[in-house]
Write a protein that binds this ligand. Structure first.
Ligand code: GLU
Length: 503
């Protein structure tokens, strides 16, 4: 058997370290077993997928040094490798399941579904859909279709018994079918859901091992049932331990730096990031912690993959990075590497207009602009709270700025300018006297410097986001409860009740 593995990222956000982590183990597996590593873009979520996110996935993975053998940008014998270009294929297979009696047309309206969910919640059932269209007679189906009623195609999930499979990492997994709804396979607009597209593609692309994060385990029984329903052999499933944040929950961009570009822009070495990511899911013999990609490929043993989640410990990443600098960059190469990173012509040319009129001597330059070149800013609650504004209010302002920029899907200086006015108005605080100093403090660690908004454009989205998050942490953080209240207030653009607490 020739090993064929794949990653299947969805281009719906910034390129996540979790994608690099899973890609890396797929790559190692493929190279060790002399197989093929495929990148497939799962862009069936039309409302959230963006071509620029797809490009960022390619660029970010390539920066880490991960290369794939088949994919949308490199081609290959099983293309197209972008799901939005394969819609007809999924339709054909959904109808095949209908023919076989393994799936059915469901005419439930949005209101009906909402009502079913309420009933299920009240009865404490996990599955929300009551299968009311599962047993319509052919005549009833025909009648509804003739009336032009929209429908989805759903999979017939067994009503009793368990799905049992052997995960090559986690061992035997048993999950009761009763917990699983009749899954939608094809939506009323003719687009497939993740489950259908994922299984059809893994089959057609001859994937032998599905190596993915264990957050997908709840989908696996549905996938196994699809393979059975089509009469296909399922691939081997290998669910990797999840990357966890300090709070023990899935690493999320709300609380942690997660964009691969953040690590690039902060001056981490790609080989250190990869080495560190392998440590999250794997242990080398003798507990060796610093090694090359070639070394792990050579000696790889799937049995050494961990079972439970791994803490994404950024201090450890710093340690790995330092070791890699010492081991892989000779002294006489260090300057070249720094130049590649940020001390280069392109960056400096963009920076000069911000410095030009603001230095009395060249010796002032670093003092003015050091915040572009350092990771840990000297921020303190005093610095972040102009005019004795309560720290909690300041953290609300900063969090709202993050949401505004995310909503705008734009983290440029211009977007920040818009966000800062919006947030200042909403919280009824002085834009110039409060909002602006707060932003200077977050971004530069000081109250004066080069123009704020241009600096943010140059600093880039990923470092700006992390600086805003770090400032919130420096102010003591926002509790989950407060965060929910704030988010609700933000969504309605009504935060008065939160301000009342401020006294
Ligand atoms: N599209 C899914 C993702 O975003 C793929 C999950 C899988 O590997 O099956 O990661």
């Amino acid at each position: 058997m020739t090993v064929r593995v794949r990653i299947a990222p969805s281009p719906t956000g910034d390129p996540h370290v979790g994608t690099a982590y899973i890609a890396l183990f797929n790559l190692i597996f493929a190279r060790h077993f002399k197989g093929t590593f495929i990148l497939r873009i799962e862009d069936t979520d039309q409302s959230r997928s963006r071509p620029e996110y797809e490009k960022n996935i390619f660029n970010a993975l390539r920066w880490t040094g991960i290369e794939w053998d088949e994919g949308p940008d490199v081609g290959g014998p099983y293309g197209p490798y972008r799901q939005s270009e394969r819609t007809e294929i999924y339709q054909k297979y959904a109808y095949e399941l209908l023919e076989k009696g393994k799936a059915y047309k469901c005419f439930a309206t949005a209101e009906e579904l909402a009502e079913m969910r309420e009933v299920a919640a009240a009865e404490g059932r996990r599955a929300g859909y009551d299968r009311r269209y599962r047993n319509l007679s052919p005549a009833e189906v025909k009648e509804r279709e003739e009336k032009g009623q929209p429908f989805v195609i759903r999979l017939k999930v067994p009503l009793t018994g368990d799905c049992v499979y052997d995960d090559a990492i986690k061992g035997r997994i048993t999950s009761p079918w009763a917990d699983i709804d009749d899954q939608v396979l094809l939506k009323s607009d003719g687009f497939p859901t993740y489950h259908l597209a994922n299984v059809v593609d893994d089959y057609l692309m001859k994937i032998t091992h599905v190596i993915r994060g264990d957050e997908w385990m709840s989908s696996t029984p549905k996938h196994i049932l699809l393979y059975e329903s089509f009469g296909w052999t399922a691939p081997t499933f290998m669910h990797m331990p999840l990357l966890l944040g300090k709070d023990g929950k899935k690493l999320s961009k709300r609380k942690n730096p997660t964009s691969i570009f953040y690590f690039r822009d902060s001056g981490f070495l790609p080989e250190a990031l990869l080495n560190f990511l392998t440590l999250m899911g794997y242990s080398m013999p003798d507990d060796k912690e610093i090694y090359s990609l070639e070394e792990i490929i050579e000696t790889f043993d799937p049995k050494r993959i961990g079972i439970s989640g791994a803490f994404f410990d950024i201090q450890k990443l710093h340690w790995v990075n330092q070791k890699k600098i010492i081991e892989t960059i000779p002294e006489d190469q260090l300057w070249n590497r720094l130049v590649d990173w940020q001390f280069n012509e392109e960056f400096m040319r963009r920076l000069m207009p911000l410095a030009h009129t603001r230095i009395k001597t060249f010796g002032d330059f670093m003092q003015l602009c050091s915040f572009f070149f350092i990771n840990d800013l000297p921020i303190t609650p005093e610095l972040l709270c102009p005019k004795n504004t309560p720290p909690e209010l300041i953290s609300f302002l900063i969090q709202s700025i993050i949401w505004s920029l995310d909503e705008q899907e734009d983290w440029s200086g211009a977007a920040l300018e818009k966000a800062s006015h919006e947030v200042a108005d909403l919280f009824a605080i002085h834009h110039k006297k409060v909002m602006i100093p707060v932003l200077f403090a977050c971004v530069m660690g000081k109250l004066q410097g080069p123009p704020l908004f241009n600096s943010v454009t140059l600093l880039g989205k990923d470092r700006t986001r992390v600086r805003l998050m770090n400032a919130i942490q420096a102010l003591g953080g926002i509790s989950n409860k407060k965060m929910d209240q704030l988010k609700k207030g933000w969504d309605k653009r009504d935060v008065k009740h939160l301000l009342a607490d401020q006294g």
